[in-house]
Design a protein around this ligand. Structure first.
Ligand SMILES: Nc1nc2c(c(=O)[nH]1)N[C@H]1C(S)=C(S)[C@@H](COP(=O)(O)O)O[C@H]1N2
Ligand SMILES: [Mo]
Length: 321
């Protein structure tokens, strides 16, 4: 893929940021080894660029808004995946997703921004320090899990590209590559997969771009190398393998909404009161629980009402699925 405007993100700011990060990692490593940084001589002669590449996911600090909940067993999260580009079967999509090449990766930033261009993911990461966020995750199919994601706030990244005053929405697009993604040769959805948020939803501090989970890089089947996480919305909003982010004036036309507008709304906020036309949303099955464990009550906004209810103060939420 042609990389242009790459220099836009290579400002002196980045150098400062990566130097800061590299130093922080060294300090952590030195502390772990019981060394004092000053006495170790580790900081001399270190290539900060190289140091950045091996940023250990296990050392990423816990960020704000993390739920104090037991996380779902990793094995379930990695093997029960929704990824229709590969298969509509949850274990089949997990297997087939291994064919995807996720490095190198670039993201095209388009539309109503002052700094459009195609950016290397590596360069985006140099400007956006990673943090861990333990979030509830609720699929529209009425199952839920708790996942320790690793990523960075979408808001911080969007600000770096400077949205214009016309920007009202953010549209995200998944890779389109039918040779690698066999599901894209069938018409289950209109490809590529597209999702969207209103700009204020995108700027909410809960909204994350994830590159990892469980102290490691994202597995391919979970959306590597870059996916969206919007914990108060149904899981289909959390689009995987993002190659394009476009700021728009108009509400984006999203894949599931085009497929079945009466079943999958644009807003898709978790709401126990609004049933899917084919099933209730009042309760949810906890992924990894026993077949016989009672279902948990679904929470409004998946439990994130304090952080996001104000975004919908003027909307009749009974009208939105
Ligand atoms: N590109 C793409 N993104 C996607 C999907 C998909 O099929 N394709 N499925 C969505 C749905 S329905 C859910 S519930 C979550 C599942 O994420 P997980 O497989 O990591 O649990 O991804 C969402 N993102
Ligand atoms: Mo889902």
């Amino acid at each position: 893929m042609l990389i242009k405007n790459k220099d836009k993100i290579l400002s002196s700011e980045i150098t400062d940021q990566s130097l800061f990060l590299a130093r922080r990692q060294l300090i952590k490593a030195a502390m772990g080894a019981g060394l004092s940084v000053a006495g170790s001589g580790l900081l001399s002669g270190v290539s900060y660029a190289e140091e950045k590449k091996v940023l250990p996911y296990s050392k990423v600090p816990l960020g704000p808004y993390s739920a104090k909940l037991e996380t779902t067993e990793q094995n379930y999260v990695e093997s029960y995946t929704n990824y229709y580009e590969f298969s509509t079967g949850k274990s089949e999509s997990t297997k087939r997703a291994q064919a995807l090449t996720v490095d190198p990766w670039s993201v095209s930033i388009e539309g109503e921004v002052e700094n459009p261009g195609i950016y290397h993911l590596e360069d985006i990461l140099k400007k956006n320090p990673l943090e861990e966020r333990i979030y509830r995750f609720r699929c529209v199919e009425a199952w839920s899990m708790v996942v320790p994601w690793i990523g960075f706030p979408l808001a911080a990244m969007l600000k770096q590209f400077k949205p214009t005053s016309k920007a009202k929405y953010v549209e995200f697009t998944t890779l389109y590559d039918p040779k690698v993604m066999p599901g894209q040769s069938s018409n289950t959805l209109e490809w590529p997969y597209v999702e969207g948020l209103r700009l204020d939803e995108a700027m909410n501090p809960l909204t994350l771009l994830a590159t990892g989970m469980y102290d490691d890089k994202l597995p391919k089947q979970n959306g590597a190398p870059l996916r969206l996480i919007v914990p108060w919305k149904y899981g289909f909003k959390s689009i995987k393998a993002i190659v394009k982010i476009r700021l728009t004036e108009q509400m984006p036309k999203t894949a599931w909404n085009k497929n079945a507008p009466d079943e999958y709304g644009f807003f898709a906020n978790v709401n126990p009161e609004v049933a899917h036309p084919r099933w209730s949303q009042a309760r949810e099955k906890i992924l990894g629980g026993s077949l016989f464990s009672p279902k948990r009550k679904t929470e409004m906004f998946n439990g994130y009402g304090k952080e996001v209810a104000h975004l919908y103060a003027n909307m009749d939420l009974t009208q939105f699925i």
